[in-house]
Design a binder for this molecule. Structure first.
Ligand SMILES: Nc1ncnc2c1ncn2[C@@H]1O[C@H](COP(=O)(O)OP(=O)(O)O)[C@@H](O)[C@H]1O
Ligand SMILES: [Mg+2]
Length: 234
C-alpha cells in the first residue's frame, strides 16, 4: 500500500530524510517513531506530494506519489491541524465532503456518522474558536475519514488529547481494522502505539534504524520505549 524506495530529502545542505526504504502492506497499522526533528513529517509530506524527494521515490497503492491518482481513497490528518475559527466543526466537515464531490445527501449522512464516531455529537454546531485542542483534533480525524478512505495517514493524531481522548482515538482506529483500513501514523505515544500497531519504524536524524513487527523488535521484559531509547541514543 505504501512504498519508499531510497527516499532522500535535502534542505540545502541539511539532510532531513536519508535514503529511507520500507513498505507498509494493505491492512497494516504502522507507526513511524522518532524524536522531534527526526524526519517523520517530511516523509508524510513526500508521501502526499507536498514536497518532492531530492532523490528516490515513494508510492501509494503502487502509484507514484507524484501522481494525484495515488491519493484516491487516502485520508490525511496534518500535524498542528486547525479548523478556521469562524467555521463550526460541522461546517468544516461539510466543506471537506464538498471538496471530495460527495453529494449533499451523502455528505450529511457521512458527517453525522463521523461526528458520532469521533465523540463530538452535540458540539458540532459551535464555532471552532470555542473548541479545545483535543476537540479540534477529533474533528481533524473525522475529516480524514470522509469519503471512506482505505488508507489513513495521521501525523501525531493524539497531539493535544487528554487520556480519555487518547484511549477513544485508539478504540476508533482499532474499530477500523475490521474494515481493512491501512494506517500510517507518526506518534510519540509509544505505549499507545504498542497497543494498536502491528509494525513500527524508528527514525533518527533522517535515517531509518529499524522497521519490523513490534513482536520482533520488543523482546521479553522490554517495552517499546526501552527499545526506542536504546536505538535513538545508540
Ligand atoms: N522546509 C524546511 N526547510 C528546512 N528545514 C526543514 C524544512 N522542513 C523540515 N526541516 C528540518 O528537517 C528536519 C526534520 O523535520 P520534520 O520532518 O518536521 O521532523 P519530525 O516530524 O520528525 O519532528 C528538522 O530538523 C527540520 O528542522
Ligand atoms: Mg512532525
Amino acid at each position: 500500500m505504501i512504498e519508499l524506495n531510497t527516499a532522500t530529502k535535502h534542505y540545502d545542505s541539511f539532510t532531513a530524510v536519508d535514503n529511507v526504504s520500507f513498505s507498509v502492506r494493505t491492512g497494516e497499522y504502522f507507526a513511524l517513531l522518532g524524536p522531534n526533528g527526526a524526519g517523520k513529517t517530511t516523509i508524510v509530506k513526500m508521501l502526499l506530494d507536498f514536497t518532492r524527494p531530492t532523490s528516490g521515490s515513494l508510492s501509494l497503492n503502487s502509484i507514484s506519489s507524484t501522481k494525484a491518482a495515488s491519493r484516491n481513497a487516502v485520508g490525511y490528518l496534518s500535524e498542528n491541524f486547525r479548523i478556521p475559527p469562524y467555521l463550526t466543526g460541522w461546517q468544516y466537515l461539510q466543506r471537506c465532503a464538498e471538496l471530495l464531490d460527495i453529494s449533499r445527501h451523502d455528505a450529511r449522512d457521512q458527517c453525522k456518522r463521523i461526528v458520532r464516531l469521533v465523540g463530538m455529537e452535540g458540539r458540532e454546531h459551535t464555532k471552532a474558536n470555542t473548541y479545545s485542542k483535543g476537540m479540534i483534533q477529533r474533528f481533524g480525524l473525522g475529516a480524514a475519514l470522509i469519503g471512506n478512505p482505505k488508507l489513513l495517514i495521521l501525523d501525531e493524531p493524539t497531539e493535544g488529547l487528554d487520556p480519555i481522548g487518547i484511549r477513544e482515538t485508539r478504540q476508533l482506529l482499532e474499530s477500523l481494522k475490521d474494515q481493512g483500513m491501512t494506517i500510517f501514523l507518526n506518534s510519540h505515544l509509544l505505549s499507545e502505539v504498542e497497543k494498536i500497531c502491528h509494525t513500527v519504524g524508528i527514525i533518527n536524524h533522517g535515517k531509518l534504524l529499524v522497521k519490523n513487527s513490534i513482536s520482533a523488535i520488543v523482546k521479553d521484559g522490554d517495552t517499546l520505549e526501552d527499545v526506542f531509547v536504546r536505538l535513538v541514543k545508540g
